[in-house]
Design a protein around this ligand. Structure first.
Ligand code: G
Ligand code: G
Ligand code: MN
Ligand code: NA
Length: 261
């Protein structure tokens, strides 16, 4: 595969870049941070989304250095936002970074993360690592240990695409997770008004359970004001989606965050 063989050189040539999609507080609409989403500016094919190359990077092991690069860039970016965003902001801006399952089993995860945080000056509490529900299904203690270490340092761990896997809800207690990211499919059920009654019940149940376990709930894929309003009423904490902003360059987040500071 052509893309696979081009991957290592692409990292050396700096062909990857990161877009940031705002995370918005549903209660007051303020921007609280962003999720980092990597792209590849391929010299022939143009901009490629992560779905095109993350699986290849996972297959070849390049995901470890690529993931480290994404983490380092986005942590530095978050620190820069915080410095420029000044003290008037309600809370320091946060950064969410996706972790692939291969990074979870890599022995350098904790030390790399500590190192990147220390060099940037970003406090661990401003970093959230997103891990998919499916990556943690049946996870044993060895897999959870690095995540637990990071959580003890104050890093938030989010369960991404929540509700699509088969994880036992009681299992949540065992995981060092502080945030559930509800999968986009639930948000789609809120498109019409009134929302799909089954989706309403499911989201209501998940939010109640999450809050009773001290977990915050983030919703993805919010495309309309009606969805945002229904999800807010259901008690979801944070939202992300095209209604607020598409993923974009770092300067855009700075502007969006300043507007409501
Ligand atoms: O917005 P978008 O099409 O970029 O994202 C598609 C998927 O790619 C998302 O599910 C996201 O979790 C994943 N993704 C985006 N950036 C990264 C990254 O840096 N590392 C990993 N492992 N996954 C990513
Ligand atoms: O990590 P994850 O898969 O959840 O990453 C977010 C993905 O969802 C990215 O592909 C991003 O471009 C996409 N996305 C973000 N906001 C919206 C939205 O409002 N609607 C839809 N359909 N997709 C979105
Ligand atoms: Mn994600
Ligand atoms: Na997701």
């Amino acid at each position: 595969h052509g893309l696979t063989t081009a991957l290592p050189a692409a990292l050396d040539r700096n062909e990857f870049f990161i877009e940031y999609q705002p995370l918005v507080h549903l209660g007051d609409g303020s921007v609280r941070g962003a999720e980092a989403l990597v792209r590849w500016l391929h010299p022939q094919h143009g901009v490629l989304g992560p779905d095109r190359f993350i699986p290849l990077a996972e297959h070849t092991g390049l995901i470890v250095p690529l993931g480290r690069w994404v983490l380092e860039q986005s942590v530095r970016q978050a620190r820069e936002w915080q410095e420029r965003h000044c003290a008037e902001a309600a809370a320091p801006l946060r950064i969410n970074v996706n972790l692939s399952p291969c990074q979870l089993t890599h022995p350098g995860l904790v030390s790399d993360t500590v190192d990147i945080l220390e060099r940037s000056g970003l406090e661990p509490g401003a970093l959230c690592l997103e891990v998919t529900e499916s990556a943690l299904i049946g996870a044993d203690d060895d897999l959870l240990k690095p995540l637990r270490r990071l959580a003890e340092m104050g890093v938030d761990i989010a369960l991404d695409d929540f509700g699509t896997g088969y994880s036992n809800l009681a299992n949540l207690r065992r995981l060092p997770v502080s945030i559930l990211k509800l999968d986009r499919s639930f948000t789609q059920g809120m498109q019409q008004y009134p929302a799909d009654p089954v989706d309403l019940k499911i989201v209501e149940g998940i939010v109640t359970l999450a809050h009773s376990l001290d977990l915050a709930v983030t919703v993805e894929g919010v495309e309309t004001g009606a969805q945002a309003e229904q999800l807010r009423i259901l008690g979801c904490d944070t939202a992300q989606g095209w209604y607020y902003a598409r993923p974009g360059p770092p300067e855009r987040l700075h502007e969006l965050a300043l507007v409501d500071a």
